[in-house]
Design a protein around this ligand. Structure first.
Ligand code: XIL
Length: 318
């Protein structure tokens, strides 16, 4: 039994992975990525981002994201959708336009109406706003905040709800698990939306961790419960646990196993933690080494698709 089957048997909704079209011709990769028992949910790692789906103003391109969506359907996997309002991977026209409150509001609304509308009925959830916070818990000083203040939060969630009433709407961020001030900021975001009667269904904890520095189960559970007590679902949305020293020693691989177990065990302990997504399952395609030079081997499978000790540790836990 694969991880998704085992996780579902433990009462959860999904164990999934990020994937995209760059690995479409990799046969051993696809054998695992399309195995519904292993991964019951997929999310496009890049192809639904603003720069990809609306590279120039009012020109929408869905070639790659449609491929990922149809793979999910063909393999009977849930499809998680990622992401709408985010400071990163924006098209050039966002930075070359001088926005006013009215024009940026209209641009966000048009983007979300088009993209969420395009995938209507297909997305289990949408990461509506991604990474709105700096690590100190204040709002990230991006074009959205500069032009609209925190109103862009409500504008984004309202537009997403209108375009697909059945998709779950998430706020998604990293380091909420380890920095209390940042979790405070995310609680504030939830309250801003809830007090304006704007629907938010969940918070995604990206869970990009390092080996030996992963928060323990108790602390992860406590952080997740801050959000479930506000009536929300939570997920671990981009789990990976990077070695900070390479190559990894056998004892570091054992530590990585314990860290994966802490994360998965925390989700098991919180009834409203609905699922876990790993941010790629093989070291071959992990984003970590190119983004954080010197770090890596963060995934459950090696670059040759053998299962690592962490895979077996998670499987044994379930
Ligand atoms: C990353 C992708 O994995 C990379 O391929 C890309 O170059 C940059 O973005 N938080 C997110 C994800 O929400 O979208 C990011 O994905 C990783 C951090």
């Amino acid at each position: 039994q694969g991880l998704h089957s085992l996780f579902v048997a433990s009462g959860k909704l999904f164990f999934g992975t990020a994937t995209d079209t760059n690995n479409i011709n990799d046969v051993p990769y696809q054998a695992i990525a399309t195995n519904q028992s292993e991964f019951g949910m997929i999310v496009p790692e890049n192809s639904q981002k603003w720069e990809v789906v609306q590279p120039t103003l009012r020109q929408f391109v869905y070639n790659n994201s449609d491929v990922v969506a149809s793979r999910a359907k063909a393999n009977r996997q849930l499809f998680r959708c990622h992401t709408l309002t985010w400071h990163s991977q924006l098209p050039q026209f966002i930075s070359t336009t001088s926005w006013t409150r009215a024009t940026l509001t209209a641009a966000i609304q048009a983007h979300i109406a088009n993209v969420v509308g395009h995938f209507k009925g297909q997305c289990y959830s949408w990461d509506v706003v991604n990474e709105a916070l700096a690590d100190n818990g204040t709002f990230r000083n991006d074009v959205f905040l500069q032009t609209l203040g925190t109103d862009y939060l409500g504008i984004s969630f309202t537009a997403a709800a209108a375009a697909d009433p059945d998709s779950k709407l998430y706020y998604n961020d990293f380091n909420l698990e380890t920095i209390k001030a940042k979790a405070d900021g995310a609680v504030a975001i939830v309250k801003i939306l809830q007090s304006a009667n704007v629907r938010i269904d969940g918070v995604g904890f990206q869970a990009h961790f390092n080996v030996g520095q992963t928060p323990n189960k108790t602390s992860l559970v406590a952080t997740m419960e801050r959000f479930t007590s506000l009536g929300l679902d939570v997920t671990l949305s981009e789990l990976d646990i990077a070695h900070t020293k390479l190559p990894a020693t056998p004892s570091a691989l054992e530590q990585q196993s314990r860290d994966y177990v802490s994360a998965v065990d925390a989700c098991l302990a919180v009834p409203k933690c609905l699922g876990i997504t790993v941010w790629q399952f093989t070291d071959k395609y992990s984003w970590i080494p190119s983004t954080f030079p010197g770090k890596g081997d963060a995934c459950l499978f090696t670059a040759n698709y053998t299962k690592k000790p962490a895979y077996f540790a998670v499987s044994n836990l379930l």
